[in-house]
Write a protein that binds this ligand. Structure first.
Ligand code: C2E
Ligand code: CA
Ligand code: CA
Ligand code: CA
Length: 278
């Protein structure tokens, strides 16, 4: 270590200090941004695989940063999880999203609103009770809400997951298993929990219809899910070849740039009305 010399170490120190400062600034800004309402819900359409009709939306968080512009979740969700701020973000996004999307459901423009929750949120024993309470304060019917959870969470504490999932399911809230096909896929969890939907991960979809082995794998995963009575959403569908394969393999719903990118609420609303008029 000594052989590296003092100069190199001081450069390293300076870099480390700069990185630390950057993080601290971002942390302070994030703490300010939440109550300031800078974290907003964007919406990506979920379409019916058969007709391509928009049947729902997934809510995706964006940070409208005053200087840096629009930031995606990759820039702030991991840090918010580390700092214990993710719950407040998810609550804020959920409330704002419900306020915008409840009228779309009431008017029959869409049927489903899908929200992401962090595995962190779900470790709170009061999570499902609080969510049900918050939901009751909105105009969104419980049966129109889907909560997207990941396997990471199921593996962390199965007893607690079960309690939350069953409590939500009893109210009519749908549960979707997100990022399905990454990690160690939990067919067991699907059998034992009231999960209605799996979302096939984008990493699998990208090679579907092109790579025969991936297509086979995805096909058999879909087969297994269907055998358990679970509906299948493919995410990250970017081209016709993928959509063609997925449709033929019996996918129920699709989501991806082929149909639409995530967009702000006003744009989403305009698009839904346009589609209705068409
Ligand atoms: P996710 O739940 O798997 O969301 C799908 C991601 O794929 C979104 O990225 C979406 O914009 C992107 N995507 C959709 N279609 C396509 C496509 O055709 N091609 C490509 N290349 N990408 C596509 P986004 O919005 O950056 O979100 C990233 C992740 O951040 C989400 O992954 C989710 O895990 C997390 N996230 C987003 N919003 C929230 C939130 O409000 N709370 C929590 N806890 N996590 C969130
Ligand atoms: Ca998701
Ligand atoms: Ca996903
Ligand atoms: Ca994800």
């Amino acid at each position: 270590v000594k052989t590296m010399g003092g100069r190199r170490w001081s450069v390293f120190d300076a870099e480390l200090r700069a990185e630390n400062e950057r993080r601290q600034t971002l942390e302070a800004e994030l703490r300010r941004a939440i109550p300031a309402g800078e974290i907003e819900p964007w919406f990506q359409p979920v379409v019916d695989a058969g007709e391509g009709r928009i049947v729902g939306v997934e809510v995706l968080a964006r940070w409208r940063h005053p200087e840096q512009g629009l930031l995606g979740p990759a820039c702030f969700v991991p840090m918010a999880e580390e700092l214990g701020l993710i719950r407040r973000i998810d609550e804020a996004v959920f409330e704002a999203a419900c306020a915008r999307a409840a009228p779309w459901v009431a008017e029959g423009l869409i049927e489903l609103v899908s929200c992401n929750v962090s595995p962190r949120d779900l470790l709170d024993p009061a999570f499902s009770r609080k969510l049900i309470q918050r939901l009751a304060g909105t105009d969104l019917p419980a049966t129109a809400l889907t909560v997207e959870i990941t396997e990471t969470f199921l593996l962390q504490d199965l007893a607690l997951s079960r309690r939350h999932i069953e409590r939500l399911a009893a109210k009519g809230v749908h549960i979707a298993l997100d990022d399905f096909g990454t990690g160690y896929s939990n067919l067991r969890a699907l059998m034992n929990l009231p999960i209605q939907t799996v979302k096939l991960d984008r990493s699998l979809i990208s090679d579907v219809g092109r790579d025969a082995r991936v297509s086979k794998l995805v096909g058999s995963m879909m087969h297994a899910a269907r055998a358990m009575g679970v509906s299948i959403v493919a995410e990250g569908v970017e081209d016709e070849a993928q959509a063609l394969f997925l449709r033929a393999a019996g996918c129920d719903r699709m989501q991806g740039y082929l149909f639409a990118k995530p967009m702000p609420a006003d744009e989403m609303e305009a698009r839904l009305r346009e589609d209705l008029a068409a």
